[in-house]
Design a protein around this ligand. Sequence first.
Ligand code: T3D
Length: 261
Amino acid sequence: MFETIELNISGAVATITLNRPERLNAFNKTMHREFQQALETVANNDFLRAMVIAGAGRGFCAGQDLGERQPEKGKKPDLGETLEVGYNKSLRLLHALKIPVIAAVNGVAAGAGAGIALNCDLVLAKKSARFIQAFSNIGLIPDSGMTWHLPRLIGSARARAITMLGIPVDAETAEQWGMIYRCVDDADFDQALTELVDNVANRPTIALGLIKDAMQKSWNNSLDEQLDLERDYQRIAGLTLDFAEGVTAFSEKRPPVFEGR
Ligand code: T3D
């Protein structure tokens, strides 16, 4: 049983709900630990085909719980250490998952909360949601991979502006800038999320996991290296039952039924 999150597994889909709504789901020490335990559980269940990260209440996640960071006389904080055992460990677990991860951004995503969302494979947001690189508002630098992802997603000029100035980015703008996959009207959010999760969970899971990994590695690879990687990954995809089913279904002129194997 968890205290600060919920882990729900329904069929082939796992949903982790950040569940401290009175603090806009900010991460305290317990949540860091429980989030990592939930990610490990998901990684160890190979029947799963998709994962969702959602927020309880009106927010997605307000990043680090600042209640745990109040200055104490005579004590110097080591935020490098807290990052290493907290967000960095979680994000490494998240990226190592072989299934696609969807961020369901129902409301404000600030600091490392925005970071967690933007580390997911697909980000669906309510129109009323905002992404705030709140770090510099309290004298910190962007973490949770934001200095890596943001320039790649939205370009260096915008990345510098929103992180240095702490400018909130509304979900519509985030979609236009290519920061997130899609923004939908608040009233349509639940339906859009259900459809997206259903779609993803019924696609060829192994291929999706390989796509995720290949895209990630592409940032650091030359074209030549990436062509090699595509060769190797396509070899793996070509051995899956889902590939055999995809080709058979195509020739039989019917929709494929993928099993994630
Ligand atoms: O420390 C390390 O290990 C390094 C890593 C750092 C990673 C980080 O994430 S640093 C960035 C931390 N996050 C922030 O700086 C965001 C702080 N929050 C805000 O700026 C605003 O709350 C929001 C813009 C997110 C939302 O504003 P609004 O007006 O919609 O809501 P609110 O009234 O400010 O917040 C509602 C409640 O949640 C409120 O509590 P109250 O007054 O009702 O008792 C507020 O204090 C609480 N809350 C919001 N964010 C946090 C928080 N409590 C603790 N920590 C928070 N981050």
